[in-house]
Ligand binder design. Structure first.
Ligand SMILES: CC(C)(COP(=O)(O)OP(=O)(O)OC[C@H]1O[C@@H](n2cnc3c(N)ncnc32)[C@H](O)[C@@H]1OP(=O)(O)O)[C@@H](O)C(=O)NCCC(=O)NCCS
Length: 176
């Protein structure tokens, strides 16, 4: 039987996204996101978006609302995480597609801005998708207390005119 890639893959809301679904996309490597060195504990995401091709899950992006303090004011952001594309299908726009669909949903969630953490080599990719770097220390919670996020922090406006306020940034939860 010959399998053809769907000409225009569509993104769907996933009912579940566990280690099993993540392995379906990324395989079983110990550190598929390349962030183990940071030694951080991460939050699972609440809402999951995925792309299936021929029944196989090939891409994912997750979302959750997070409390954050910016310049001493408490607010919320939509955290984006777990962005993943199957290794054999990278470079074909699947991350763009699944992140765009996740952000379309994020715009219905209330917060003004989206937030993500990524390894430095991924900054140009997310910039290409409209994200901006936050060039300041960002504190996040860990079991032992606050730590400075060692990865790069990026944000994107979810609504017209949304800006990132000035001031110290403290995520009032584990990172996502
Ligand atoms: C990071 C990852 C999700 C990217 O998936 P992908 O499907 O290859 O990405 P896309 O093809 O959708 O690329 C997105 C955009 O970034 C651009 N891009 C990719 N690499 C780039 C680079 N180094 N510099 C600038 N732009 C880049 C692409 O051209 C594309 O832009 P376009 O749509 O305008 O052409 C994938 O490599 C992956 O799963 N990595 C392992 C898990 C991981 O590290 N996830 C990130 C967690 S933050």
């Amino acid at each position: 039987m010959t399998y053809h890639l769907s000409a225009s893959p569509t993104t769907v809301r996933l009912k579940r996204y566990t280690k099993t679904e993540q392995s379906e996309i990324l395989g079983d490597s110990a550190d598929p996101f390349g962030v183990a060195d940071a030694g951080l504990t991460w939050l699972p995401k609440d809402d999951h978006f995925g792309i299936r091709q021929e029944g196989r899950l090939v891409a994912h992006a997750g979302l959750l609302r997070l409390p954050i303090s910016i310049g001493g004011l408490d607010t919320e952001v939509v955290g984006v995480g777990g962005v993943a594309v199957a290794p054999d299908l990278r470079g074909r726009g699947l991350a763009r597609l699944v992140v765009t669909a996740a952000l379309d949903h994020a715009r219905t969630m209330g917060p003004q801005n989206g937030l993500l953490f990524c390894r430095p080599p991924l900054v140009p990719l997310y910039q290409r998708l409209g994200w901006r770097t936050l060039d300041q220390d960002v504190h996040v919670e860990q079991s032992g207390g606050l730590v400075i996020m060692p990865l790069r922090t990026m944000w994107t406006p979810l609504h017209n005119g949304a800006n990132w306020p000035d001031g110290a940034v403290r995520l009032r939860s584990l990172p996502m």
